[in-house]
Ligand binder design. Structure first.
Ligand code: ZN
Length: 239
């Protein structure tokens, strides 16, 4: 007999209530409800050639074609007026009580929602600095130019570019969170980006796993899935 989504939500609510420590793993599908598009689905057109985010968001583009990099991030990634939605808010409330969020999102909305236990796995778009003098730069200044007025250094956001390594401390903290949880909730991510997707392998064997997504994740052995819009699912949860 197949359970309906409503029956599954009752079980999910029980698991959330009974869990001692929950780790949430989230991705772009959470922030699309705040009108932030998934930049991985975007391309840029330069000199009539369409270029992928893997190329545009690389160190090579940042240092050798900084205008192209700047143009792409400003058009496709920065939405400074975006507000956290119900999913950010409920995850924040749950984490502040007994959990940890590890997010792939770089938009800073989880912190805006008041979440005090956030690991921004891929960094934060608003941690902007000059690559020459390492001075912090405001979003307003970066918006005007990709060059630091003072020393002509190239300005960049503190996000992990394609080909760059994840911060070691964040990686260790994330592994520790996953391995010390009795429940893991995956939301808004197809879970294909490495090493983020690998985090799940550090779980304890009896840890409960829930996926709240509009698509299944690839390796779903022993995983409870509610395949629906995550906003609809969260709106039914009492957190
Ligand atoms: Zn500088």
């Amino acid at each position: 007999m197949t359970e309906t989504n409503d029956e599954k939500i009752i079980q999910l609510q029980k698991d959330l209530d009974n869990a001692k420590h929950i780790t949430y793993l989230t991705g772009a599908g959470v922030s699309t409800h705040s009108n932030i598009p998934d930049y991985r689905s975007k391309t840029g057109i330069y000199n009539g050639v369409s270029e992928s985010p893997e190329v545009l968001l690389s160190e090579d583009t940042l240092y050798h074609h900084p205008e192209k990099f700047h143009d792409f991030v400003m058009k496709n990634m920065y939405f400074p007026n975006a507000k956290p939605n119900l999913i950010h808010e409920k995850i924040a409330a749950s984490c502040n009580q007994k959990g940890q969020l590890i997010t792939q999102n770089v938009d800073g909305l989880d912190k805006k929602a008041g979440n005090k236990h956030v690991i921004e796995f891929h960094g934060n778009l608003y941690d902007i600095y000059c690559t020459k003098c390492h001075e912090k730069i405001s979003y307003e200044e970066y918006k005007k130019s990709y060059l630091h007025e003072k020393d002509n250094g190239i300005i960049r956001p503190g996000i992990v570019l394609y080909g760059e390594a994840i911060d070691q401390k964040k990686l260790i903290d994330s592994v520790n969170a996953v391995s010390s949880s009795d429940m893991i909730v995956i939301c808004g991510t197809s879970f294909v980006v490495y090493p983020f997707a690998q985090l799940l392998s550090y779980r304890q064997p009896d840890t409960k796993i829930w996926v709240l997504n509009n698509t299944r994740i690839v390796n779903n052995d022993g995983v409870n899935s509610i395949i629906d819009d995550a906003l609809a699912t969260f709106s039914k949860l009492k957190i």
